[in-house]
Design a protein around this ligand. Sequence first.
Ligand code: NAD
Length: 428
Amino acid sequence: MNNTAFNPFEMAQAQFDKVANILDLDSGSRELLRSPIREYQFSIPIRMDDGTHKVFKGFRVQHNDARGPSKGGIRFHPQETIDTVRALATWMTWKCAVVDIPLGGGKGGVICDPHNLSMYEQEQICRGWVRQLVRNVGPIQDVPAPDVMTSSQHMLWMLDEYEKITGGKFPGFITGKPVGMGGSLGRTEATGYGLIYTLREALKDMDINPKNTTAAVQGFGNVAQYAIKLYNQLGGKVVCVSCWDQNDQIAYTFKRETGVMIDELLAVTDRFGGIDKSKAESLGYEILPGDDWIKQDVDILLPCALENQVTGETIQNISEKVKIIAEGANGPTTPAADRVLEERNIFVIPDFLANAGGVTCSYFEQVQSNMNYFWEKDEVLGKLDLKMTSAFIAVSELAKKRKLYMRDAAYVISISKVAQACKERGWV
Ligand code: NAD
């Protein structure tokens, strides 16, 4: 979303087209799966704290629900676009299929900047979003979740509005709820931990001890923070993280050659994953330009912030030392960069596999909410590890067997499953 010329939906379609050709997919399935099955765009009128009125634009896209109810987050972002939401909904379909959970792909958004909105104004946006969509979402249709700049509090307001309108208790309507209010233990950690479960398996495959590795991370929000925690536990060293600076309106990289100390950095980080520059400087961090995370002499790159970061241009900056890119963010790598990564033999754990821990745990939350019976954290994380590890092994074995690039192998698995579900239902 930081580059207006970049269209993530065109990228999602280009990735799909490539693998549809590998699979020799029939024309009906291609046409159906290239585009979302349903889209909603609407206005959310809000009375602001100062008494004025503002209208915010909201979206929900359901890409495909042949394998189960749609599932996907809601992003609050000033540069949200329908094409971003379409791309993310599409990737959700492939993500649910690759980890083999019985759900389809959806995504939502509102064009707004929570930095400039009071909590009450944000609550009105959440309730307004649900009022516009109440007939089109729900536990058996489409189950929303938090995403960029939305939290468990936003989910609870949405649940409350849904239950007010429908007149019942439907904790399975939404996931990412606070623990104690229908949320699952382990959900906060799930995406970052899931990313590192797949990285651990990749290192095992390559016979590399995580203790002998270093990594550079883009982002310092939910995904990055928990990924760093678990990677540190495995013995890996993170030399830098980058994040967006709300005051300066640019990104910075925070580097410490001896290794980033997660807890001390968290103490100077706001709830949006923004690190306080002067406090970090006084802790001994070197402050570098935002793009410098990608230039580091490390073994592993973990893009955990935004789409369109590893591109035809930025790829020139990736060090010869880099062996693995594990994509925490959605869509961080463009097809042009993919071609170079493949040539350079850099092992890529593609986004919709690498960051599927979040939706997998959301699925666990849905199951627990519908049963009204909640599991211990160890049980949740154990089940998550199992799902992520078996999905990784399935993709890497297919990649080896058919000599496919990892992203293409993951797509082959997902597209085949979804296309088959559509066929069996008689849709194509
Ligand atoms: P977040 O809002 O918690 O954190 C985002 C981080 O990125 C922040 O630290 C922010 O400062 C940083 N950032 C923003 N612009 C930047 C820039 N130009 N350069 C460097 N850093 C920048 O978000 P999150 O939940 O951690 O999600 C990060 C990515 O992972 C997104 O692409 C999201 O769609 C994807 N994702 C998240 C989840 C989840 O469960 N949270 C699941 C799957 C995928």
